[in-house]
Design a protein. Structure first.
Length: 231
């Protein structure tokens, strides 16, 4: 079998689960699934205020070559998020407003890429959410074979086709497709716990008491003094 493939059909999680995960947000989901799945602080939004989730259509590209991104567009469905990884580091502007126009016509919710993007003003005006490692006007070619809908690695995280990508101002988290229901339940539980804690903090309780941290300070040798120590 060729190492360069385009896989047409992938399994996706239920749209209801994906939409609920989008509402909960990346930070809550990351904590709820055991502080895992975070693609790293280097992949940042080029806009503010976007919060999305969708099924990953994955791309493995060569640096500075966006041929396989064009091939991936055809594989995208409504509600998907395009996830692009490179075989080695790249800061090239591999994606711009024309590709975004094509993806929007297919109902794609956004892009996650470990390289650069260009035409950022246009992308913001189009309301096409992008999370990228770089913003760069450096051009690309369309010459190297790669793959679509194969497992890829971004920020030490493996992203498989159909996995759920959750992205907002805090970054990008991947949830394995087969763990969608479990992740959703855990995230809802965490959200409820945070609401309870927020109410207690608003009522004047201290985090030291809510989280049981006073004894920890004592165990670590921290002392409280009524006045500064003599020098």
């Amino acid at each position: 079998m060729s190492k360069n493939v385009v896989v047409r059909n992938i399994k996706r999680a239920a749209s209801a689960e994906i939409d609920q995960l989008a509402r909960l947000g990346a930070a809550t989901i990351h904590e709820a699934i055991g502080r895992s799945g975070f693609l790293g602080p280097h992949i940042r939004p080029i806009q503010e205020g976007s919060r999305i989730a969708g099924s990953a259509v994955t791309v493995s590209s060569h640096p500075g070559d966006n041929l396989m991104i064009h091939a991936a567009v055809e594989m995208c469905q409504k509600g998907d998020i395009l996830v692009v990884a490179n075989t080695s580091a790249s800061s090239h502007g591999m994606f711009g407003d024309l590709l975004a126009t094509s993806l929007l016509s297919r109902g794609v919710r956004g892009l996650v890429i470990d390289a650069g993007v260009r035409d950022t003003a246009e992308l913001r005006q189009m309301s096409f959410p992008v999370w990228a490692a770089h913003v760069s006007c450096e051009g690309t070619v369309k010459a190297s074979p790669g793959s679509v809908n194969v497992p890829v690695v971004l920020g030490a995280q493996v992203v498989k086709p159909g996995d759920i990508i959750c992205a907002d101002d805090d970054g990008v988290v991947v949830v394995p497709r087969t763990e969608a229901a479990t992740a959703l339940a855990a995230a809802k539980t965490r959200e409820a716990k945070e609401e309870e804690t927020r109410a207690r903090l608003q009522a004047g309780e201290l985090g030291l008491d809510i989280y049981g941290l006073r004894q920890r300070l004592t165990d670590l040798g921290v002392r409280y003094l009524d006045s500064p120590p003599d020098r």
